[in-house]
Design a protein around this ligand. Structure first.
Ligand SMILES: O=c1[nH]c(=O)c2nn[nH]c2[nH]1
Length: 294
């Protein structure tokens, strides 16, 4: 047997950082980090040679130290700082995978104005970055929105789909559409940390644009299908972010079933009379796409 691939590191490294302004306003960021290293490490697997192992605890300590010494936002920048650190510090490490999940702490509005140091977790939504720093090959970065739950009570249809003897689903011109957004955008490859640093403003802008486009298209579109709506979202994100090469969506279709109550005194609760529905935890549709430039 032979070792065909290997990488190792520390997962679920949680960190929080506060930025204190002179005027009393404070900013907080909380994230969960994973680093995984590749390189000339096979003998640690095949020959119990630990001399090549940059311990996972060392990787964890490095995350904390670099978080103290550097900005940790945007996450694309901090992921690049971490990745570049590992491939330049250790000559036998040739690639570093860095995943950062940023959790929401949204500044509270109190007495009609932003509170200087109070925040709330308004949803399980996260901002996610996966970067790979590969020696001599630059830094590849994928950004994403995950866990953004949205629902519309109408403005969604699904009809005209293929029908045969296996088809039971009735056509509908008015349905609930509920999904948990996973939207990702893949950047052009950056030559290295310096180029990432020179383009830092693009990362927050792309995230803000992607989130706004997703929410507004979801709400405004008379959706003929999940497929068509996610394609329109993807096209708009590509148009808004010239340095993004591909946009991907993965959207579960979380079904709400009508409940026929006509057995009870003829109570009407289906079709145009439907008001009480049964939300389904499973099964769910799952619609995925990747959209690139022509
Ligand atoms: O938007 C939808 N796309 C589909 O492919 C599908 N299949 N069942 N319901 C559906 N809704």
């Amino acid at each position: 047997s032979q070792l065909s691939y290997a990488r190792y590191g520390k997962d679920n490294v949680r960190l929080y950082k506060v930025q204190r302004e002179a005027n009393g306003v404070q900013h907080v960021t909380e994230m969960t980090v994973c680093t995984l290293l590749e390189g000339d490490i096979e003998t640690s697997y095949t020959e119990a040679d630990n001399s090549v192992v940059v311990a996972t605890d060392t990787q964890k300590q490095t995350i904390y130290i670099l978080a103290k010494q550097n900005p940790i936002t945007p996450p694309e920048l901090f992921a690049s700082i971490l990745g570049e650190h590992f491939v330049t510090t250790y000559k036998h490490i040739h690639a570093a995978h860095v995943k950062i999940i940023v959790h929401r702490w949204t500044r509270m509005e109190v007495d009609g104005k932003p509170h200087p140091h109070s925040f709330m977790r308004d949803g399980v939504e996260t901002r996610v970055v996966e970067a790979v720093a590969r020696e001599g090959q630059g830094i590849s970065i994928k950004s994403a929105i995950k866990g953004l739950l949205v629902l519309k009570s109408t403005g969604s249809a699904f009809y005209g789909f293929h029908r045969d003897e296996f088809t039971r689903l009735p056509e509908t011109w008015d349905r609930i559409l509920s999904t948990e957004v996973e939207a990702g955008w893949e950047w052009k490859t950056f030559s290295g940390l310096q180029q990432v640093k020179s383009e830092v403003p693009k990362f927050d802008k792309a995230w803000e644009d992607a989130r706004k486009i997703t929410l507004e298209t979801f709400a405004k579109e008379e959706s003929p299908s999940v497929q068509n709506t996610m394609y329109k979202m993807s096209e708009q994100i590509l148009a808004a972010a010239p340095d993004v090469e591909a946009v991907s969506y993965s959207l579960p279709n979380k079904h709400y079933f009508e409940i026929d109550l006509s057995w009870y005194k003829g109570l009407k609760n289906t079709g145009k009379d439907a008001e009480v529905y049964a939300p389904q935890s499973d099964p769910n549709g799952l619609i995925q796409c990747t959209v690139t430039r022509k």
